[in-house]
Design a protein around this ligand. Sequence first.
Ligand SMILES: NC(=O)C1=CN([C@@H]2O[C@H](COP(=O)(O)OP(=O)(O)OC[C@H]3O[C@@H](n4cnc5c(N)ncnc54)[C@H](OP(=O)(O)O)[C@@H]3O)[C@@H](O)[C@H]2O)C=CC1
Ligand SMILES: O=C(O)[C@@H]1CCC=N1
Length: 314
Amino acid sequence: MGYTLAVLGCGTMGIAILSGVLTSLEARLSQPLHSNGNVEPPSGISTPTADQFLDAPEESLPGKFIATVGREETGRKLKKTFAAMGSLGGSVEVRAGEGNVRTVKEADVILVCSKPQIAKSILLEQGMSEALEGKLVISICAGVTISQLQSWVPESTKVVRAMPNTNCKIQEGMTVVTPISDALHRTLILNIFTSCGRCRFLDEKHFDACTALAGSGPAFVALVLEAMVDGGVMMGLPRVEALELAAQTMQGTGRMALYGGLHPAQLKDSVTTPGGCTIAGLLTLEDGRVRSTMARAIQVATNHASGLGQDPKK
Ligand SMILES: NC(=O)C1=CN([C@@H]2O[C@H](COP(=O)(O)OP(=O)(O)OC[C@H]3O[C@@H](n4cnc5c(N)ncnc54)[C@H](OP(=O)(O)O)[C@@H]3O)[C@@H](O)[C@H]2O)C=CC1
Ligand SMILES: O=C(O)[C@@H]1CCC=N1
């Protein structure tokens, strides 16, 4: 039996992270055990991220889950969501309304997944300070700084920021976490977020850019995906097939950049036959300033992220 993981404000992101963790735990449970007590990684998995989770000792993994939400109605829906995830999902305890302090008392690691502007009121709830003594708090709230978080919790509470994305739901997430020196906490954090996909540590000064690029990124990519599908539909492709073609092309290109060791410019050039149709399409994209528009979107979103969770009067 591992430690207790609490998710305060379990909405879209809380569900995505817990889905990743629960799916990895299910997979681990169904693996044959090594004689040293570790599970055997399935063949074909070569990323250190997946190995990290599969080989983790029991005590560095969550064994009990509690999720809190604001409204009773949300709580009822959330229970159904977890129940549909199988036996481990069904074991997640859902609390609505006044459950935050009681939940933190019972937990070892606390994920703060509420909206940025709610985080302060949750962490300053009556009795919360005592409940948080000596615990690890991981905040995924965009724009809420470590120094803000530290000012809301007792000194003995360890605080880190994480910036995951919605793709955690299918274990294809990208999460950035602020550095932490404590080896055990580092392992616990890696186990949570590698179960959801890739995870890396980066200094807090990069967090607004990470929020824009990886946190908001799925929305930007989805916009391009939708536009490509519409183009296919315009040219007579059925929508379902157009979506499959565009999504797989996007996924494959991303994997070529991640695993094929190719620079995006090399990927582009290798597709582009002189005088062919690709260069015709590319020039149209350049006329539409798609590249600078996309880069500027990251710039604007980064600047906007820095203001989230901050007092508007300042
Ligand atoms: N969405 C994304 O793609 C990403 C979001 N983030 C960050 O993650 C955080 C959550 O975003 P997201 O999941 O989209 O938000 P959601 O609105 O989906 O989830 C927030 C949850 O908090 C609950 N809540 C509200 N008040 C309380 C309370 N007092 N106590 C306990 N729970 C409460 C809400 O319940 P109810 O509805 O009943 O009030 C809701 O379930 C944000 O800080 C955001 O910056 C980070 C990376 C990506
Ligand atoms: O839009 C937002 O503010 C959040 C943070 C990153 C993704 N969604």
